[in-house]
Write a protein that binds this ligand. Structure first.
Ligand SMILES: [Cu+2]
Length: 479
């Protein structure tokens, strides 16, 4: 590990002058407002068309992106716990797709990643969100196997907000709210067929980091007020290590809802699929404060060592670089005295001890039963209709996720939420509800999950989506 760090630092030092030119762009444009669909009288009824758009403006260029209704990221969907969503998705992509409702606790019969919505067809998803569903920042995105990485990297993703008790806490209610969808982009990116094996094995990344499709937008921070940010990592592979420069910020919610009380943080690590809600009090010296994406090495140093320096020129392999992804700017607020942070949020009850413990070994290798040389979990790569794990409804289990590889493999479980119990054998300090957890190279994480409310087949997988497409996914059947 020491050697890996050293190599990485050496690489970072040699590229710093270049970064200073291209990534410290001055912020000038305000954060654009988002198209939004909100439920009325308990129903959110809408249509989304997955399509190609050629007129998506990124910086000064126009880019070809995959969009929902012409937007990347797609419109915000906003509902209350207990509401019904009736969403018709029309597919005009020229290839199959579908939708996954990442962050919702709903039946896998509805949130079914095995469903195919063929090109030229439409499908209506209709379901009720449980009335006891926690308030969450979720997101919707395609989950059609073998196309997940390319469709998400090309821009298909949108926020899905469930409002509830967290939103009713007076200080949270009075906060100014922004949803920030983090994506990365590369101009002139090769087609999937032309993308190098290396980029697919690494997990494709773009060198341009976008917040709601913009580079370094300005976000207003009302003086004496609170700004609530809902962050969604909708990138195919990029792991963000975020820092708000010289300004305090407080975590209030993770993937599946609120934590017990606001927690001041230094940096925030956000793997693909993960979300975090933050409160930022506008109560220090007015000015501009950069939201930095710090260089984060998810194993590139070791890979470059293995294949030589030419990794730098491979499209889809972006070198770690410091980038200001947004700028928070103090603006006049309507308050004369500071709005305090809430003292308490929502209690998080610790799950009881498990009745079963399982191991999941993440690695690269040969699965002789699938006849593939790819990304594997417990020696197996993903095969449609093969159940890898069977669990009992309502039982609590500990899953010990052990990464045997040198690169990070963030682990995502569909349908049910979990709590992280241990990381590398040490108790996890923060009790929180999660559905995606970062597992660094050679690291291990223990998660605790209760399989609640729904039987059926659902999946767990690596959220580096190229890894998932290449087999790092399994089926769990709840009986
Ligand atoms: Cu992975």
């Amino acid at each position: 590990m020491k050697r890996r760090k050293f190599l990485y630092l050496a690489a970072a030092a040699s590229i710093t002058p270049l970064l200073a030119q291209c990534n410290r762009r001055r912020s000038s444009l305000p954060l654009k407002s988002f198209p939004r669909f909100s439920s009325t009288s308990g129903l959110l009824d809408l249509s989304l068309t997955a399509q190609h758009s050629t007129d998506i403006k990124i910086g000064k260029q126009f880019a070809k992106r995959m969009t929902y209704n012409g937007h990347s990221p797609g419109p915000i969907l906003e509902v209350q716990a207990g509401d019904t969503i009736r969403l018709t998705m029309a597919n005009e992509l020229g290839e199959p797709t579908n939708l996954h409702y990442h962050g919702l606790h709903i039946s896998p019969e509805i949130d079914n990643v095995f469903r195919e919505v063929s090109s030229g067809e439409a499908y209506t998803y209709e379901f009720q969100i449980p009335s006891n569903h926690p308030a969450v920042t979720g997101w919707y995105h395609p989950h059609y196997h073998l196309k997940v990485a390319s469709q998400i990297f090309n821009g298909l993703a949108g926020p899905l907000i469930v409002r509830g008790k967290l939103d009713e806490i007076p200080e949270v209610q009075q906060a100014k709210e922004e949803v920030l969808v983090l994506q990365d982009f590369e101009p002139n990116f090769p087609d999937d067929e032309a993308l190098s094996t290396l980029a697919k094995r690494w997990g494709r990344e773009g060198s341009i980091q976008l917040v709601n499709g913009q580079q370094n937008p300005i976000i207003d921070l009302p003086q004496n007020g609170l700004l609530r940010l809902r962050l969604i990592n909708a990138s195919a592979s990029r792991i963000y290590q975020l820092k708000l420069l010289e300004h305090p910020w407080f975590l209030i919610a993770t993937d599946r809802g609120a934590i017990a009380e606001p927690q001041e943080i230094e940096t925030l690590l956000l793997s693909p699929g993960e979300r975090a809600d933050l409160l930022i009090p506008g109560q220090i010296e007015p000015g501009d404060y950069g939201l930095l994406s710090l260089p984060y090495d998810r194993g590139l140093a070791e890979m470059i060592q293995g294949i030589g320096n030419h990794a730098k020129q491979v499209p889809g392999v972006a070198l770690p670089a410091e980038t200001t992804i947004a700028t928070l700017r103090y603006v006049e607020g309507n308050r004369t005295s500071p709005l305090p942070l809430p003292k308490a949020l929502i209690p998080v009850d610790r799950l009881p001890n498990p009745s079963t413990t399982r191991e999941f070994l993440l690695n690269h290798g040969i699965d002789t039963t699938a006849g593939s040389n790819s990304f594997i979990i417990n020696g197996q790569s993903f095969v449609m209709d093969r159940v890898n794990t069977q669990v009992q409804l309502n039982q609590v289990e500990d899953w010990h996720i052990i990464n045997k590889a040198s690169v990070d493999h963030p682990f995502h479980l569909h349908t049910n939420r979990f709590q992280v119990i241990e990381r590398n054998g040490k108790p996890e300090p923060l009790l929180a509800w999660k559905d995606t957890v970062s597992v660094g190279g050679y690291e291990s994480v223990k998660i605790r999950v209760r399989f609640e409310d729904y039987t059926g087949r659902t999946v767990y997988h690596c959220h580096i989506l190229d890894h998932e497409d290449q087999g790092m996914m399994g089926i769990v059947e709840i009986v």
